[in-house]
Ligand binder design. Structure first.
Ligand SMILES: Nc1nc2c([nH]c(=O)n2[C@H]2C[C@H](O)[C@@H](COP(=O)(O)OP(=O)(O)OP(=O)(O)O)O2)c(=O)[nH]1
Length: 146
């Protein structure tokens, strides 16, 4: 059987990353993840992520780059994580989540992540550090989206 891809988004905005607390199924409820979901047949990972972030959070977001690595979730299902930037809107837990939270670089371990997502945190920390360095160099010290 061909692997179906689950795309999770490390949505980064103003030096923080969004974590979302799952509301279902029971065995995953309460744990935190990078919001996203399964790519539909014929859909690119980018398209899938941007669609899922709109449905689940009510935001417009842009998938920027895939992070290294992939994680088997169960037979036929593989998780990949993309860095994404917020284009418009304020994320709300509309669907599949009970809460969302922006985490700064020192808060990445403050929530109970799903196991696979924990493996991505060093890379996310690096992205946040890069975004911070870029904002410090930018004229007027304005923060950049990523
Ligand atoms: N969305 C997401 N799912 C993750 C992450 N980490 C992780 O292990 N998973 C697992 C949980 C689920 O078993 C599976 C994704 O299912 P999902 O429920 O988010 O996908 P979906 O929205 O397309 O769901 P469905 O409509 O097909 O039920 O991947 C993550 O960071 N984000």
């Amino acid at each position: 059987m061909e692997n179906r891809i689950v795309v999770g988004g490390a949505l980064i905005h103003q030096g923080r990353v969004l974590a979302a607390r799952r509301s279902a199924p029971a065995e995953l409820a309460g744990r935190w993840e990078f919001p996203g979901g399964k790519a539909e047949p014929g859909e690119s990972e980018r398209q899938a992520l941007e669609r899922e972030l709109a449905e689940e959070l009510g935001v417009r977001a842009r998938a920027v780059a895939r992070l290294a690595g992939q994680w088997p979730i169960r037979a036929g299902l593989v998780l990949r994580i993309w860095a994404a930037e917020l284009v418009a809107g304020e994320p709300q837990p509309l669907q599949d989540h009970s809460e969302v939270r922006w985490l700064g670089p020192d808060e990445l371990s403050a929530v109970d992540w799903l196991e696979h997502d924990r493996a991505v945190l060093p890379e996310v920390a690096r992205l946040l550090a890069e975004a911070d360095a870029a904002s410090a160099e930018a004229p007027g010290h304005g923060r950049r989206a990523l």
